[in-house]
Design a protein around this ligand. Structure first.
Ligand SMILES: C[S@@+](CC[C@H](N)C(=O)[O-])C[C@H]1O[C@@H](n2cnc3c(N)ncnc32)[C@H](O)[C@@H]1O
Length: 329
């Protein structure tokens, strides 16, 4: 029989043994982890495990993490910079209007029967000049006279101030059939109502009604046969135009003003710009997103060997080079 005293003694010996072994195991684990970390950051044969390093850095005391920083940032994945530059063969200019109607509205004009009484009751009375930003500055007159466009594509239309101004300018130079495609999701931007409530209808069941307010202005200007809304995101609209072989002679970029929006819009718009055509845009000097528009335009020009010409608040790129004729061997 083991006495109570002996029992306690034995269990002390056992528990001390466990403690010693557990301590040893923890020490070995920590040693292995430290060796692993040091070899992963110093071994020349293996690239640093950036994820692990970043994770460790974010948890560690910032004063002690200098040795864990990767020497070089990871290379930029190529897909990040890749845009489709080759679109379908261009369809004839006189088929563009029909192509848009067929693909978006089963061949029916969106102005047919517009506005229904149910829509009209939500719209604001027409103002003589819809709200816009730099929408009638001289750049429009200069470029329309120089390019004499058959098809204009606008990214960012809002209430149609710049689109209707361009319509008037084409009329002035005897181009009353120039088609103007107005790409806009017609939602403006979150928070716009706080300071633009006088210019915008009261939303109805979360619909901003910007599209319908714009259409009313187009109807009032008698331009429904050629000023067409394209009510989608710039990204999806430009991808569709590229697939359908719809090109513009003059394209204005005035939608999202952060770097990534402008960068995507410019790249995708360039793909549907007809050779010899001109791409231009608003807000070259806006401070939004740390001069995001300007950074995107400058980068695009640099990558493609183009010139950027500031024109008032706008930027204008040198015309898209004509296609080089194929040399026969
Ligand atoms: C500054 S306003 C355009 C003003 C117009 N060009 C004028 O001068 O009268 C910008 C417009 O771009 C639209 N927009 C912004 N980001 C967009 C996107 N990713 N896709 C479609 N439309 C967008 C907004 O709905 C808004 O109506």
């Amino acid at each position: 029989m083991i006495s109570m005293k002996e029992d306690i003694k034995i269990s002390r010996i056992i528990s001390t043994g466990y403690l010693a072994r557990a301590t040893m195991a923890i020490l070995l684990l920590s040693l292995g982890y430290t060796i692993g970390l040091l070899s992963s950051s110093s071994s020349p044969s293996r690239p640093p495990n950036t994820q692990l390093l970043l994770h460790v850095q974010s948890d560690a005391n910032p004063n002690n993490c200098t040795t864990l920083k990767p020497d070089n940032p990871p290379p930029t994945p190529p897909d990040l910079l890749r845009f489709n530059t080759k679109c379908s063969e261009p369809i004839p200019e006189d088929q563009i209007y029909r192509t848009i109607l067929d693909n978006l509205w089963d061949g029916v004009s969106p102005y047919s029967g517009f506005p229904s009484p149910a829509t009209a009751e939500h719209l604001l009375p027409l103002s003589s000049k819809p709200r816009g930003w730099g929408s009638t500055t001289p750049v429009f007159q200069d470029l329309i006279s120089a390019v004499r466009p058959q098809t204009i594509i606008e990214l960012g239309t809002f209430l149609g101030a710049s689109a209707l101004h361009m319509a008037q300018l084409t009329r002035n130079i005897s181009l009353p059939s120039t088609l103007i495609l107005c790409i806009d999701d017609f939602r403006s931007w979150p928070g716009a109502r706080r300071y633009l409530h006088r210019d915008l209808p009261v939303p109805h069941h979360a619909d901003a009604l910007l599209l319908h307010q714009f259409m009313l202005a187009v109807q009032n200007a008698n331009e429904t046969h050629r000023v067409l809304p394209f009510p989608f995101s710039t990204n999806s609209a430009l991808a569709a135009l590229c697939t359908w072989g719809v090109y513009g002679d003059l394209i204005e970029v005035d939608a999202g003003h952060d770097f990534h929006s402008a960068w995507a819009d410019i790249n995708m718009a360039w793909a549907v710009l007809r050779p010899g055509g001109v791409l231009f845009g608003h807000d070259y000097f806006t401070k939004a997103d740390n001069m995001g528009v300007r950074r995107a335009v400058t980068l695009f020009a640099k990558v493609n060997g183009l010139r950027v010409r500031p024109h008032g608040q706008h930027w204008v790129l040198s015309p898209k080079p004509q296609l080089q004729p194929q040399t026969s061997r």
